[in-house]
Design a protein around this ligand. Structure first.
Ligand SMILES: [Zn+2]
Length: 294
């Protein structure tokens, strides 16, 4: 545990001594206090904690599990007996922690990922006129989610004209999203990785730029088996089953991605946070306990 003085102007921050303890009201833990012998600054083990000055630490872990299990932010707040704004404030912090844990966990498989599947999942920001694209990469052998990036895209199909009329021109950030995704996964996967994807026109360019030695297979996308469940396909054998099933898991377990739900994304950054919370829970809890089918 870090015991050096937190005072940035301290001349010699390593000379510290124990200085009593206190019982933290929030979780009834005994916390050790310290005093700096150089500048007299007093601090404790809690000073360096990532949950420093939080008043509802007990809620953090159950909240992470609720958010990764298809529950809305408001319902989690009711069940945990905290204010909805507490959940709102904890959300980005939990996401930050999940990102860090996830990076550390996926790092263990660096260079040992030989099969990967890529796909994009479409969702929306408030309205169908403002769609979002989630680019995800999945390890085919272990089913790990290697990365997920959110990007704004303009409305397509019969909605595109109405969207421009109502909300104005919307930038296509999909290229940036894929750039972020490839920057993340390139160091992780083997340089001779086999990549499977649908016939999205942007993938080949990215693969040849970031993973020039990789082999890329593209498959025609098939029809969904049940109306409203576009991810699981009707065909007998789906070569992209792993990534499609992972997308279906995202839709089922992240409340705001469920089709026809009251919950919606209002800020794409929060969707990214929510995805990171789910990925952390999925990679490290669900897959380890093999609770997922397969
Ligand atoms: Zn000091």
């Amino acid at each position: 545990m870090n015991r050096s003085c937190p005072n940035k102007l301290c001349a010699f921050p390593f000379l510290t001594i124990r200085d009593g303890t206190f019982r933290r009201g929030d979780d009834s833990k005994i916390i050790q206090r310290f005093r700096c012998k150089t500048c007299g600054k007093r601090f404790s083990h809690a000073t360096f904690s990532e949950w420093y000055r939080q008043k509802k630490r007990r809620v953090n872990l159950p909240l992470l599990r609720f958010l990764a299990s298809g529950m809305s932010q408001r319902r989690s707040a009711i069940l945990l007996k905290v204010h909805r704004r507490t959940v709102e404030r904890k959300f980005p912090l939990l996401a930050q922690k999940s990102r860090r844990l996830n990076q550390k966990y996926v790092e263990k498989f660096r260079g040992r990922i030989f099969n990967m599947q890529l796909d994009d999942l479409i969702t929306k920001e408030n309205s169908k006129l403002k769609p979002l694209s989630v680019s995800i990469a999945v390890d085919e052998d272990r089913r790990l989610i290697l990365g997920a990036e959110v990007s704004r895209i303009p409305a397509f199909g019969h909605l595109s004209r109405l969207a421009v009329k109502k909300y104005g021109y919307r930038d296509d950030e999909h290229f940036l999203g894929l750039t972020r995704l490839f920057q993340r996964i390139t160091p992780l996967v083997s340089s001779e990785v086999l990549i499977k994807s649908d016939e999205h026109q942007r993938y080949p360019g990215f693969i040849s730029a970031y993973l020039p030695r990789a082999k890329h297979l593209q498959f025609k996308s098939e029809r969904g088996c049940i109306a409203g469940q576009g991810e699981l396909k009707k065909v007998h054998f789906d070569p992209l089953f792993i990534v499609n099933h992972t997308c279906a898991m995202l839709r089922a377990n992240i409340n705001r991605l469920i089709r026809k739900t009251w919950c919606t994304t209002k800020d794409p950054r929060r969707l990214k946070d929510h995805l990171d919370i789910f990925i952390c829970y999925y990679n490290q809890e669900l897959l380890r306990k093999s609770l997922t089918p397969l």
